[in-house]
Design a protein around this ligand. Structure first.
Ligand code: AMP
Length: 208
C-alpha cells in the first residue's frame, strides 16, 4: 500500500505519517528528513539542499528525484510518503513511476500553520518532538525523555515560515487538485485533533 500525505507546514503530515507507520507497519519516508540527514552528513547533495532550505525555498526538483527514488526503491511492499511531491512536476514523476493508493490532503489555514510551526521544538539529543501549544515539556527547554536541550529547526523561525508558506501557495497548492481515478484523494480538516485525524484516515483506508 502506497500512501501520500500532503499539506501545508504544520498540518501534521509528519505526526500522522508516524502514527500510520506504526499502525500499518509501513516505513515513513519524509523528503525533509532525508535532506536534513544529507545536510548533517555534509554530503554534496546536503550542501546544495542547504542553500535552498536555509533561504526558505523548495529544493529544485532536479535534486529531489534521485534522493526520493533511491529511498522508495528500498520498500517495494509499500510506504507512507510525507513531503513529496511538492510541485506539479514532482507529482508527474511520482505517478509515472509508482502506483499510489491513497492521497490524504491535510487542509489548514495559514494563521494556524504559522502558530503551530512557530511553537515547534525538538530535542537536540534524541530528536523527540514538542509543541508549546499541545505537547509542552515538563521543564521549559528540556527534553522529558533524555534531558537534552530543546531547539527549533532553523527554518521554523517567523521569517522562514512566511517564506515557506508563500512557496507552498506558489508550488504545492496545485498538486493533486483532482484524482485521475487511479487513487483515492481525501481532504482532511487538519484543525481537528491528532487522534480524530488518525481515526479518519484509518476509517477511510478500511472502507476503501
Ligand atoms: P519539511 O521537513 O517537509 O518541512 O521539509 C523541509 C525543507 O526541505 C522544505 O522547506 C524544503 O526546502 C525541502 N524539501 C523537502 N521536501 C521537498 C520536496 N519534495 N521538494 C523540494 N524541497 C523539499
Amino acid at each position: 500500500m502506497n500512501i501520500l500525505l500532503i499539506g501545508v507546514q504544520g498540518s501534521g503530515k509528519g505526526t500522522q505519517a508516524k502514527l500510520l507507520s506504526k499502525k500499518l507497519n509501513l516505513p515513513h519516508i519524509s523528503s525533509g528528513e532525508l535532506f536534513r540527514a544529507h545536510i548533517d552528513n555534509k554530503t554534496e547533495l546536503g550542501i546544495i539542499a542547504d542553500s535552498f532550505i536555509n533561504r526558505g525555498h523548495l529544493v529544485a526538483d532536479e535534486y529531489v528525484y534521485d534522493m526520493v527514488e533511491a529511498e522508495l526503491k528500498k520498500y517495494p511492499n509499500g510506504f507512507i510518503l510525507d513531503g513529496f511531491p511538492r510541485t506539479v512536476p514532482q507529482e508527474k514523476f511520482l505517478m509515472e513511476h509508482y502506483k499510489i493508493d491513497y492521497v490524504f490532503w491535510l487542509e489548514l489555514d495559514d494563521d494556524e500553520s504559522f502558530r503551530r510551526i512557530s511553537s515547534r521544538f525538538h530535542c537536540s539529543k534524541c530528536d523527540s518532538d514538542y509543541n508549546l501549544l499541545y505537547k509542552k515539556p515538563v521543564k521549559a527547554g528540556i527534553c522529558d525523555s533524555c534531558g537534552g536541550k530543546l531547539i527549533q529547526r532553523r527554518d521554523d523561525t517567523p521569517e522562514y515560515i512566511l517564506k515557506r508558506l508563500e512557496k507552498f501557495h506558489q508550488k504545492t497548492r496545485n498538486v493533486f487538485m483532482k484524482s485521475d481515478g487511479s487513487y483515492l484523494l481525501k481532504e482532511i480538516d487538519a484543525s481537528r485533533s491528532i487522534e480524530e485525524i488518525h481515526q479518519q484516515i484509518i476509517n477511510c483506508i478500511k472502507d476503501n
